[in-house]
Design a protein around this ligand. Structure first.
Ligand code: NAI
Length: 706
């Protein structure tokens, strides 16, 4: 069998190349761990006959992606997990102990175990390519780095930066890595091998002043008994707690491992690290986070060649969404023509792109040359000109059928006969919008979420006449934009808003029954939602919710009966954040405060005197979403349980540690959900009537994820 590793000797330097056969990325699994062990046997045997060793990957875009997730998924006992981590630690300890200079030559993603390997080398040289980044993402999967990362990283880049990298899992790009000493040199990819060879003989560039300053700070904090250390770790723990609300134990556990190692030395630190790794790997939270990772991987995978010819985009409507879409496409390498009749909107869109690129340049995410080029890919116009060259046109004008139809009819007369015409509508019928377009097969919905740059989901909506080719091609286009596409049937609210509207409405109905805004918001935040329900209402815009609510009632009748509260808010001019007042009041900096006016205004609608526990609040809101999700599956809005869970996590921020909405439903059990919903249907309102799917599942003891 072919090994994933090969070794060649040049001028007494061993070059070890990692290239797993038939895989796009290199990972550490049982086979490659053993093979790497054999390479180390050889290196140790050659000992001081060698001047050094360079470890490099032959993959196009990857150094090493880390450890095989299925190994981690399979851990069911903490001791087994600890033993697995110890195997990796021992391997990397052997690299660190080699009697000659070792250099990791890094091009492409260098993650988890891959970075831990690089950390065990004496030096790291990285390519400056856009696809090169380094990180320890383990805590985002509910575990901690277990191959020495919590011990070696702080000793290299210091406490502050290592805690940041490990607790957030965020990647570091080459220029920043150079400044923080994570790598010793950054070179063009073509020069990577030469630079690594030079590093073996100690030929490395002199550290810059900023790097030296950084290093001095690092060393100070590593000194034993430095009071700064305790202070910093305390601050880091507070920040983690504020971010995770205690729902994600891994970042906190990683800080424990770092602190222990700094206080007790490397050997004890490593022992602590593998122990904590084992404890974390068996948690349900870790299993769920790995499930979510897999969901993302599944939906983000597809044939890129379907969208290979999409390079020129036109975006019509340069407001909040259109401006964001145009910026995203330009940053992703496409040429973008942005049309808006308002010059002000166009100016704001250009500024948005420039600011975003500027921020990323400052963070060393883009090199100067790349940063200079991106804005040149965006051109703007107040008239619809130059459409003929567009591979895709996306409209993001005001949410009105007449306006959108008129835009579509002008576009249709100007584009080529292969151009796809897309709408970013969040609630209108794609089928109706396409009705007068000569080629409705090339029309689809392409629903981004706000803010465009941060929300990973795009719902690709298939109108009645959208062809399968168009839907698949647009899903590939979404991936080209770095998004996770889910193909959804054209029906009111599509998928995400169809589930979110009952959730928002239920919060208002609960308010009328006696709960209060603060309690409802806290209950959902404690459950793990990214923001309180009324904060979400204010952010989305209460007028938008009223509008969308009406179309839900039109289509689904009484089951979607809307609370009168949002309408009362709109009548009083309280549209949410955009008007400065909604359920909360918002200042110009976007800060929110509770507003006593809201209570007064809503008093006529708040007749209920019931009190609710947080559990009851969560049940009414979340179980309503689960119920609606099963109706969507029955109607074929999406085809799979996985699509529901991915959409809600990546489009609505449903808490990843639960594994997703329907995975959470499994946790509660269909029986429990049906009993609660049936009780509410009897006592409160028929809108809670559980779906046939849920009832059957309860009856048969079935789960969504068998
Ligand atoms: P916006 O009001 O910020 O922007 C709309 C822009 O379109 C304005 O700049 C306006 O000047 C321009 N415009 C209007 N008619 C035009 C025409 N005929 N030709 C050229 N430009 C025209 O609205 P926003 O929030 O960006 O929404 C746009 C679309 O995206 C809507 O369909 C909305 O439902 C959808 N959407 C909005 C989300 C949000 O959270 N804001 C989320 C997802 C979708």
């Amino acid at each position: 069998m072919m090994s994933a590793f090969s070794m060649n000797i040049f001028n007494s330097v061993a070059v070890v190349t990692f290239d797993t056969p038939d895989q796009k990325v290199n990972i550490f699994n049982l086979v490659t761990i053993e093979e790497f062990g054999e390479i180390l046997d050889q290196l140790e045997e050659m000992g001081t006959d060698l001047k050094g060793a360079v470890i490099i990957s032959a993959k196009e875009r990857n150094f090493i992606a880390g450890a095989d997730l299925s190994l981690i998924e399979g851990i069911s006992d903490p001791d087994e997990g600890a033993a697995m981590a110890r195997t990796g630690q021992e391997l990397f300890d052997r690299i660190a102990a080699l009697p000659f200079t070792t250099v990791a030559a890094i091009h492409g993603s260098c993650l988890g175990g891959g970075l831990e390997l690089a950390l065990a080398c004496d030096h790291r040289v990285a390519s400056d390519a856009a696809e090169t980044f380094l990180g320890l993402p383990e805590t985002q999967l509910g575990i901690i780095p277990g191959f020495g990362g919590t011990q070696r990283l702080p000793r290299l880049v210091g406490l502050l930066e290592s805690v940041r990298m490990i607790t957030t899992g965020s990647p570091v790009y080459p220029m920043k890595a150079l400044r923080t000493a994570l790598v010793d040199e950054v070179v063009k990819r073509e020069h990577l091998m030469d630079a690594a060879m030079a590093a073996v003989v100690g030929n490395l560039p002199k550290p810059s002043k900023s790097r030296k300053n950084f290093a001095t700070k690092v060393e100070k904090l590593l000194e034993k008994n430095n009071p700064g250390r305790k202070f910093l770790l305390g601050k880091a723990r507070k920040a983690v707690l504020a971010n995770t609300r205690g729902q994600y134990p891994a970042p906190m556990a990683a800080i424990d491992a770092i602190e222990y190692g700094l206080n007790h030395g490397m050997a004890k630190g490593l022992a602590r690290e593998n122990q904590i790794f084992g404890q974390m790997a068996v948690t349900e939270i870790s299993k769920n986070l790995i499930r979510v990772f897999r969901l993302r991987e599944f939906f983000a995978k597809g044939d890129p060649s379907l969208a290979a010819d999409i390079n020129n985009i036109a975006v019509i409507g340069g407001g909040a969404m259109g401006g964001g879409i145009a910026a995203l496409a330009a940053e992703r390498g496409m040429h973008v023509r942005l049309i808006d009749m308002s010059e002000k909107a166009l100016g704001a869109a250009i500024k948005f792109l420039n600011d975003d690129v500027g921020k990323k340049r400052q963070k060393h995410r883009y090199t100067g040359v790349v940063a200079d080029w991106i804005p040149t890919r965006l051109t703007v116009d107040t008239q619809m000109r130059g459409m003929g060259a567009s591979d895709v046109v996306i409209e993001a004008v005001a949410e009105r059928m007449d306006v959108k139809k008129s835009v579509f009819s002008s576009v249709a007369g100007k584009v080529s006969n292969t151009t796809a015409i897309l709408t970013n509508t969040s609630s209108l019928s794609v089928t109706e919008m396409a009705a007068d377009v000569p080629h409705p097969d090339r029309v689809a919905g392409f629903h981004f979420f706000n803010p465009v740059d941060r929300m990973p989901l795009v719902e690709v909506i298939r109108g009645e006449q959208t062809s399968v080719e168009t839907a698949d091609r647009m899903a590939a286009f979404a991936r080209k934009l770095g998004k996770v596409p889910i193909i959804v049937k054209d029906s009111p609210g599509f998928l995400v808003n169809r589930l979110l509207l009952p959730y928002l409405n239920e919060a208002c109905l609960l308010l009328a029954d006696g709960a209060n805004i603060g309690q409802i918001d806290r209950a959902l935040l404690d459950f793990g939602m990214p923001m309180g329900v009324f904060i979400l209402l204010d952010q989305v815009g209460i007028d938008i919710v009223v509008h969308a609510g009406r179309s839900m009632v039109d289509r689904f009748g009484d089951r979607m009966k809307q609370s009168p509260i949002p309408e009362a808010m709109v009548e009083a001019g309280r549209l949410g954040k955009k008007s400065g007042k909604g359920f909360y009041s918002w200042d110009s900096a976007g800060k929110r405060q509770t507003d006593p006016e809201t209570g007064k205004l809503l008093a006529p609608h708040l007749s209920g005197k019931e009190t609710f526990t947080n559990d009851q609040i969560v049940q009414r809101l979340i179980y309503s979403m689960i119920n609606e999700a099963t109706l969507c599956l029955e109607e074929g809005v999406v085809e799979t349980v996985q699509a529901v869970d991915a959409a809600m996590i990546f489009g609505a921020g449903f808490p990843p540690f639960t594994g997703g909405l329907l995975r959470y439903a499994d946790e509660v059990g269909a029986r429990g959900i049906v009993d609660t919903l049936s009780g509410l249907a009897d006592e409160v309102d028929s809108r809670f009537e559980p779906s046939a799917t849920l009832k059957n599942m309860a009856e048969g003891g079935e789960v969504f994820y068998p």
